[in-house]
Design a binder for this molecule. Structure first.
Ligand SMILES: [Cu+2]
Length: 130
């Protein structure tokens, strides 16, 4: 009886170790996802369609490539995404080569805060999940 209990513990800790290893390997394999594919972050691109097929996992980097004189990338709340409100972003990126990483599953909202670009469709809702 004692033996089988201890075996149970051992296989449980082996399983735990395997899961930790799996997560570590997954993190090490984190990918870079080009937002907008080869078009990058720009006006006149359908980010809804792009996002519907994009595979983004926690720890992946979303890469926003654009001319920093023309655009930026703001991480905002869903409400601000819906209304294109640019005055209270959670984070503002403006290098033109921005890597944005989310470590938790969820839907994240990024808009361009320049002029009326967001209203023109320069906004993306990205679902991050394993
Ligand atoms: Cu813009």
């Amino acid at each position: 009886m004692g033996t089988s209990r201890s075996q149970g513990r051992n296989s449980a800790s082996t399983l735990a170790a395997a899961l930790v290893l799996l997560v570590l390997v997954d993190c090490a394999l984190a990918a870079t996802v080009n937002v907008g594919g080869s078009s990058g972050w720009t006006l006149g691109y359908n980010y809804k369609t792009w996002a519907s097929t994009a595979k983004v996992r926690p720890y992946d980097s979303l890469f926003f490539k654009y001319d920093p004189r023309l655009h930026n990338a703001m991480v905002v709340s869903k409400a601000d995404y819906d209304s294109c409100k640019t005055t209270s972003p959670w984070a503002k990126h403006a290098s033109g080569k921005d890597y944005i990483k989310f470590t938790k599953s969820g839907t994240y909202y990024i808009i361009c805060g320049v002029g009326t670009h967001c209203k023109a469709g320069m906004k993306v809702a990205v679902t991050v999940k394993w």
